[in-house]
Design a protein around this ligand. Structure first.
Ligand SMILES: *[C@@H]1O[C@H](CO)[C@@H](O)[C@H](O)[C@H]1NC(C)=O
Ligand SMILES: *[C@@H]1O[C@H](CO)[C@@H](O)[C@H](O)[C@H]1NC(C)=O
Ligand SMILES: *[C@@H]1O[C@H](CO)[C@@H](O)[C@H](O)[C@H]1NC(C)=O
Length: 382
């Protein structure tokens, strides 16, 4: 048995914080009216410009420079048009800012806090040296590259002007790198990555988090569930070179836009392995009744293919026993009576998907879930 990693603790404090902020945002209008003058005065005295946020003086290199001219030209502007965006932008909540990039909604992320920032070092200026660095970090990091071969392929696939940007991102937050490799142009369900300037990474605004559709029409939720499970399989199977196992799947890290398109955001936690031929040495995630959600990084890395993504989606999002921060009774809560009757298999399959053990193939169960969802969506126009 390899070591078990429970990432839930570290994750949940961030999630709890976000929940609290969301709760804060949804308090009654009276509260809002009381806060408004405070907000306005804060807005006046804290008028930040996007260029200030880049902190080019403290970090001229950082994540990149390709968005600097856009920012200097005034094409990226902070938005205060919704309560949430004003709140985030004024108080620097989670270091995320809502902005407009040349007319389109976008997100500016500072990626890490200042103290983390001071700890970074330099690990060389060749890909070889960075591979060596990646293989030498023994402590569990948010992002794990399984082996040297995978690390070499990963660096080979990245495009960059200055390898020092890659060095810094590997240490701080790999999201911009993953957004490049699993890019939107190739139809990966992720936000479009626009680029960086100093301490800012800039990406498309891709929608609201999954909890915002808690009370949406059941068939809309079924449609989204189908997309999410399909994406989980795609991250496992579809990239020509890699398998990406997501280790921070949560309702906050998947967003949905007005057309019910999904995107995985905050892609900084994951395990990257390279693809080998065939499906031999399948790793099946164990389900523990006594643990909330656990997985073994080393078992996943030592397999050729793992059902980790499918297990995580079933367990954390779809199951009626999905835990907080997922909505009560999971994404498919309260189905219409006729669906419950005609597609009873679907709900059995979803629970089977998480309890599955002794070689019951989760890939097969996932296919059944997807087929049944497609069929019922075809038969019920929404
Ligand atoms: C800023 O936006 C304008 C209008 O969309 C565009 O013509 C210009 O090229 C942009 N500037 C930069 C530096 O990208
Ligand atoms: C998964 O991959 C298939 C095949 O490339 C594609 O048609 C589908 O849209 C993808 N699904 C998602 C949610 O990305
Ligand atoms: C629905 O699920 C059942 C049970 O897993 C499976 O036998 C059946 O093939 C699925 N239906 C479709 C249309 O795929």
């Amino acid at each position: 048995m390899g070591e078990r990693t429970i990432l839930l603790q570290t994750k949940s404090s961030a999630t709890r914080f976000k929940k609290m902020t969301n709760a804060f945002i949804s308090v009654k209008w009276t509260m809002i009216l009381m806060l408004l003058p405070v907000m306005l005065s804060l807005y006046k005295c804290m008028q930040k410009t996007v260029l200030d946020l880049c902190e080019l003086d403290s970090c001229p290199l950082c994540y990149g420079t390709n968005m600097c001219s856009e920012i200097q030209a005034g094409n990226v502007t902070l938005q205060y048009n919704t309560l949430k965006s004003a709140f985030y932008n004024i108080f620097s909540v989670k270091n995320v800012y809502f902005a407009k990039c040349g007319g389109k909604n976008c997100i500016l992320k500072k990626l890490v806090h200042r103290h983390e920032f001071l700890e970074i070092g330099s690990h060389g200026d060749t890909e070889m040296e960075l591979v060596k660095y990646l293989m030498s970090v023994s402590d569990i990091k948010k992002f794990k590259i399984c082996n040297q071969h995978t690390a070499e392929e990963f660096l080979k696939q990245l495009k960059y002007d200055d390898i020092r940007h890659i060095d810094i991102l590997l240490q701080l937050n790999v999201e911009p790198l993953l957004l490049q490799i699993f890019n939107k142009e190739n139809d990966w369900p992720i936000p479009k990555f626009y680029g960086s300037c100093g301490r800012l990474a800039i990406m498309e605004y891709a929608g609201k988090d999954l909890n915002t559709i808690e009370h949406a029409d059941w068939f809309k939720r079924a449609y989204v569930a189908h997309k999410i499970l399909e994406a989980a399989i795609n991250f496992t199977l579809n990239h020509p070179v890699f398998r990406l196992y997501l280790t921070d799947i949560s309702p906050d890290n998947i967003v949905v836009d007005d057309q019910l398109r999904i995107s995985f955001v905050d892609l900084e936690h994951g395990i990257l392995n390279s693809k080998l031929q065939g499906k031999k040495n399948l790793h099946a995630s164990d389900h523990y009744l006594d643990e909330n959600y656990a997985f073994s990084e080393s078992e996943i890395c030592h397999s050729d293919i793992s059902d980790h993504n499918i297990y995580s989606v079933c367990k954390l999002l779809l199951s009626q026993f999905a835990l907080w921060p997922m909505m009560n009774k999971g994404l498919l809560h309260d189905p219409p009576e006729h669906v419950k009757k005609e597609y009873s298999n679907l709900f059995i399959d979803i629970e089977d998907c998480l309890h599955s053990k002794e070689g019951k193939d989760r890939f097969l169960i996932a296919d059944h879930i997807l087929d049944n969802l497609s069929l019922l969506l075809k038969n019920n126009v929404f």
